[in-house]
Design a protein around this ligand. Structure first.
Ligand code: PMP
Length: 400
């Protein structure tokens, strides 16, 4: 039997993950086939060569994040592990100084869940709200910080809406009260300039697969000077990564992440400008063609590749099912059958109905004008068709 040719799919889900850039793959290959020795083994040359490659990657990552010393970089398996290590590791290390942590409601689960775990162990957690475009309320943040607040944790850019937080201002507030600052920059690094010195953070998390690097590698950047931040490890073993992340280091991954960061830095403004033009074209085509549709997030200060739209009168899973030629995501934390209204959009005051009728479109390095025009036409066509169907689950209202 001859398998049917798969339809080409337009991939608009770059905030979930990206393809590896071929230049990254090229940089990684020799580390898998030639320089494959365990970098922890220093008593033979192959081991020392692997260690050398790992340390070069570490220095590159630190420099491109605006750090001052390669030793500030701890390689992890990705942002989930980095966030867990930052929060649990800092909470443990700072427990004697205080047991109060401040974060905000639209954080990723890999921040909210470790915080919930800490709460079960007796820490007090305050989650500050956001305004209607998803920006943290700085006044609420200021009043939430107490004398026993040891840490605040804020994302730089939101994965669902692309809203960029006023992080440097928030960090300054925290610092003036003696609290450390952790930043989940998983959606920001590689998409917008991120500099740990400018943001003045103490801990920062990133993940390579969000910026055309490989999956399974990330970084927790830890400030080493003024002040030197010490964390407790959360896993134990051979003591690699300065004792903070035991396990054989992922050398190909680290080299790939360093290369991906170099490429992002070199494409910089040009890539951002190209993406913003395409994203705006995609977004305005849909908004103009469909009444009862609204953008979510900060129109002026958001990731250049991200658009989040609420489309009244559709059931988002039905829409996605009718678009097999597009890889787009819901704006919601989706369960298999019924989309739960997105907690991010809810925190921004979007109604449950609209929050569960939301699409997240995230374009990337290889998205073309043709792709966005085709995607906008297909989304408009299918929304119009679904809205005409009698079984619209009573979703008649086009009002926000
Ligand atoms: N934080 C944010 C903001 C994210 O978007 C993601 C990925 N969806 C993560 C953390 C987790 O990243 P990883 O897949 O590398 O564990």
């Amino acid at each position: 039997m001859i398998a049917a040719m798969a339809e080409p799919v337009i991939y608009l889900d770059h905030n979930a993950t990206t393809a590896c850039d071929p230049r990254v793959v090229e940089a990684m290959l020799p580390l898998m086939t030639e320089t494959y020795a365990n970098p922890t083994t220093r008593n033979h040359r192959p081991g020392r060569d692997a260690a050398c490659a790992l340390e070069r990657a570490r220095a590159t990552v630190d420099r491109l994040l605006g750090g001052r010393a390669a030793s500030e970089v701890v390689f992890t398996a990705g942002a989930t592990e980095g966030n867990n290590l930052a929060l649990m590791g800092a909470a443990d290390a700072l427990a004697d100084r205080g047991r109060h942590i401040v974060s905000q409601r639209t954080e990723h689960a890999s921040v909210l869940e470790p915080l919930a775990a800490l709460q079960r162990r007796g820490w007090e957690i305050t989650l500050v709200g956001v305004d209607e475009i998803g920006r943290i309320d700085l006044d609420a943040l200021e009043s939430a910080i107490r004398d026993d607040t040891t840490l605040i944790s804020l994302m730089l850019a939101n994965n669902e809406t692309g809203t960029i937080q006023p992080l440097a201002e928030a960090a300054a507030l925290a610092r003036s009260r003696g609290a450390l600052v952790h930043c989940d920059a998983a959606q920001a690094v590689g998409k917008i300039p991120v500099d740990v010195a400018e943001l003045d953070v103490d801990l920062l998390t990133a993940s390579a697969h969000k910026f055309y690097g490989p999956k399974g590698i990330g970084v927790l950047w830890i400030r080493h000077r003024r002040p030197r931040i010490r964390l407790m490890p959360v896993n134990f073993g051979g003591g690699q990564e300065a004792g903070l992340r035991s396990g054989t280091p992922n050398v190909p991954g680290a080299v790939g992440m360093a290369r991906a960061l170099e490429i992002a830095a070199s494409q910089g403004d040009a890539e951002r400008a190209r993406l913003a033009v395409l994203r705006d074209r995609l977004e305005s085509s849909i908004l103009e063609a469909l009444d009862g549709s609204w953008p979510n997030g900060d129109a002026h200060n958001r990731l250049p590749n991200t658009s989040n739209l609420s489309v009244a009168g559709i059931e988002v899973n039905a829409l996605l099912a009718s678009l097999p030629d597009l890889a787009v995501n819901t704006g919601s934390a989706c369960t298999s059958a019924h989309p739960e209204p997105s907690p991010v959009l809810r925190a921004m005051g979007v109604s449950d109905e609209l929050a569960s009728s939301s699409l997240r479109l995230s374009i990337g390095r290889w998205t073309t004008e043709e792709d966005v025009d085709r995607a906008a036409a297909r989304i408009t066509e299918e929304v119009t068709r679904l809205r005409r169907m009698p079984t619209r689950m009573g979703r008649g209202s086009h009002r926000r």
